[in-house]
Design a protein around this ligand. Sequence first.
Ligand SMILES: O=C(O)C1=C[C@@H](OP(=O)(O)O)[C@@H](O)[C@H](O)C1
Ligand SMILES: C=C(OP(=O)(O)O)C(=O)O
Length: 453
Amino acid sequence: MHSAETSAPRPRRFTASGPLTGRIRVPGDKSISHRSIMLGALAVGRTRVTGLLEGEDVMSTAAAMRAMGASIERLAHGEWVIDGVGVGGLLQPKQALDMGNSGTSTRLLMGLVASHAITATFIGDASLSKRPMGRVIDPLSQMGADFTSAPGGRLPLTLRGIAPAVPISYRLPVASAQVKSAVLLAGLNTPGVTTVIEPVPTRDHSERILRGFGADLTVEVAADGTRTIRLTGEAELRPQTIEVPGDPSSAAFFVVAALLVPGSDLVIENVGLNPTRAALLGVLRDMGGQIEELDRRDVGGEPVADLRVRHSALTGIAVDPAVVPSMVDEFPVLFVAAALASGRTVTTGLEELRVKESDRITVMRVALEQAGATVTETDDGLIIDGTGGEPLRGTDNAPVATHLDHRIAMSMAVAGLASRAGVDIDDTRPIATSFPVFEALLAKASGQAGEAA
Ligand SMILES: O=C(O)C1=C[C@@H](OP(=O)(O)O)[C@@H](O)[C@H](O)C1
Ligand SMILES: C=C(OP(=O)(O)O)C(=O)O
């Protein structure tokens, strides 16, 4: 079960801190951790993973793959072994698969189940149960799978898979790595070639890891940037040894915190800098952020560096909507940076933020207003008039509502560090879905002991 459903809410006030200094290391990448477990569970033999993110979302994936026959064992912190069942070998789970808060687990596993002759029911928490699954039901139905769901294509959802499934060629109607990955994973146990056409590039971890496990996958890039990904099915996957790099989406909170808190000079080690994930750094640099990449190297087939971040005076900008997919989870914390910048920051093209763990446009507008920022909400983004480096007022009466959304909780924690009165947050439990050691690392970097409200 998931902590946000089995325990009492854990409110906390995040207050102004001393400078963030020293060196920290954020946990492993969530996207790569999910995929390592899924593909390890489909390979024949033993996959070894180090640096695995032990957050609740990834644990939901592990529990589901176990329920479908894989053996998955934790040896030490971040160190896991997975004995796979082979492509085509997934077993029918005996109980509903509890996806907790995790959209990635749900949508990618729906892809895997779709091309196996098994039936699985997917359930999730109140946040996940509001999120749209029609975007994966559509292509997977074309491949022959059958679905019963709550109204609007929502969880609880029962999927009857089919083997052999029908290979399709699918053009993504929405820029979503989860939809792309669901179709490719369904294609693994489908005879023939499954094709995904991606007009706007999204994170490419599935393509990289599928190739790493020995799948026959090609990517063709057209002059206009459209990517055509072809996967030959009935693949035999070879077990791998995987080192998961640090999660840039987790590092983002510390990057922004160090930029905002005067005197900060922080090194964040081992951060994944896959270009399909790293756009936040470019945007923050364009705003005047001092962010250096030290010791650029390759970890597990992904570019990685240590980031040195120093307190900087930021200036508002218009964020190019073309970069949205490469920083889709980082907008809540970018909004916090914008609230402290001088001048206006304009973001557009963020419709997808409305269907994440919460409606991240409205929820961040409300939260930042509560903390004293000047924010205007539009259909597809926020316009933020920053303080010019002055701390935010902080919340006074009600705490910020995080709506079971880890990224709202962590973003507003960062806002609290850059506020006069502190920012009260209604519940810090959701943080454990992606970044269980967030509060401990914050205490370490800022020399601030945890202050429970
Ligand atoms: O494929 C992935 O691992 C993810 C894709 C993104 O979702 P969408 O595909 O819905 O944009 C992202 O928001 C999520 O945190 C992880
Ligand atoms: C959107 C996110 O995750 P998921 O879709 O897996 O719930 C996220 O981590 O910000």
